[in-house]
Design a protein around this ligand. Structure first.
Ligand code: GYE
Length: 321
């Protein structure tokens, strides 16, 4: 009996030590919660999701992605969930620029750093750690600069297929177009509507605009590649000349490889890059924070623009996405 008790005692002590050890192991794992807007809303978003997942699916990290399916209220609840589960870091690609103050204050009170990726938001700077992404207004200005050069003093009758309303990307890109139209008396915004980043919806919208405005339309300002593709399909089906030097001019954003091929083919005139590969940058920031190194408040990702009359196959072949 004494031997049995001794064995039992050893077992209890050992499991306590092991549990203690295991608990130790668990906290060595950095837990990252990623609140994605809609993982498959566009070619760009699919590349962005892959970049985050492939970067963080490595030893030492527990990476959890919550897909809000572009439901802003659900995304806020997803973030609250990460706070309640005491994640170490929260990364957000915001569906909407507004509505973040309360949940971000909760994250701050819980001492959980919040990294904004891709989409900027309207919230006090002390409620988030840093932003990694583009300046969407600058992206739009690259497009309107090309329009100025291409059209010169000719009248511009533009239709605008917008991204999801209220998202940082839509707000910035649309604002750049509005500024340019205000600056040019001979530029007219014939119509605008959200295509929610998708090809099919953009095609539908463009088809109805072609019926409404016919040949008056000489420029399409589509706020991402998938929607530009939808507009091009509608124009081609209506027998309209697309792109090149004298077709309906097509502006696009993202510059994913398949659409750079369409730029090389002259179907897209100006394609403004938006880099989706944020994974490595976000991981670098978290690795540094783990070492107590604070990141820059804003890190703008370098981007360029591509034009139908200067792009080459070699440029496209060298692209990562
Ligand atoms: O342009 C679009 C995506 O936020 C930059 O979201 C991103 C935008 C991108 O769905 O394709």
């Amino acid at each position: 009996m004494r031997k049995l008790l001794a064995v039992l005692l050893v077992l209890v002590v050992a499991s306590a030590a092991f549990a203690g050890g295991k608990k130790e192991a668990k906290s060595d794992v950095v837990r990252v919660g990623f609140a994605q807007c809609k993982a498959d809303e566009s070619d760009w978003r699919i590349a962005n999701t892959k970049s985050m997942q492939s970067t963080f699916n490595v030893p030492g990290y527990q990476f959890t992605m919550a897909d809000s399916n572009n439901d802003a209220a659900k995304q806020v609840a997803d973030v609250q969930g990460f706070i309640d589960q005491e994640y170490d870091y929260i990364v957000i690609a915001a569906v909407n620029m507004d509505g973040w103050d309360t949940v971000l204050r909760n994250a701050k009170n819980a001492k959980i750093p919040v990294i904004l990726v891709d989409r900027n938001i309207n919230a006090p700077q002390d409620l988030w750690t840093c932003y990694v992404g583009p300046d969407f207004k600058v992206e739009g200005e690259k497009a309107t600069a090309w329009m100025e050069k291409h059209f010169g003093s000719r009248a511009v009758n533009v239709v605008n297929i917008q991204g999801q309303l209220g998202s940082g990307a839509q707000v910035g890109r649309s604002a750049a177009l509005d500024d340019a139209i205000a600056k040019h008396a001979n530029w007219t915004l014939l119509a605008r509507q959200t295509g929610d980043w998708g090809t099919d919806k953009a095609k539908e919208i463009m088809t109805s605009w072609i019926q409404q405005y016919g040949d008056r339309i000489n420029c399409v300002y589509a706020e991402n590649d998938n929607m530009a593709d939808g507009a091009i399909q509608a124009l081609q089906e209506a027998g309209k000349k697309v792109g090149g030097a004298d077709g309906v001019a097509i502006i696009s954003f993202d510059a994913n490889r398949p659409y750079l091929q369409m730029t090389l083919a002259g179907l897209i005139n100006c394609n403004v890059e938006c880099n989706p590969l944020h994974g490595p940058t976000v991981k670098r920031i978290i690795d540094n924070l783990e070492k107590g190194v604070q990141p820059a408040k804003v890190e703008i990702v370098p981007e360029e623009a591509f034009y139908w009359d200067t792009i080459t196959q070699a440029i496209i072949d060298a692209r990562q996405y």
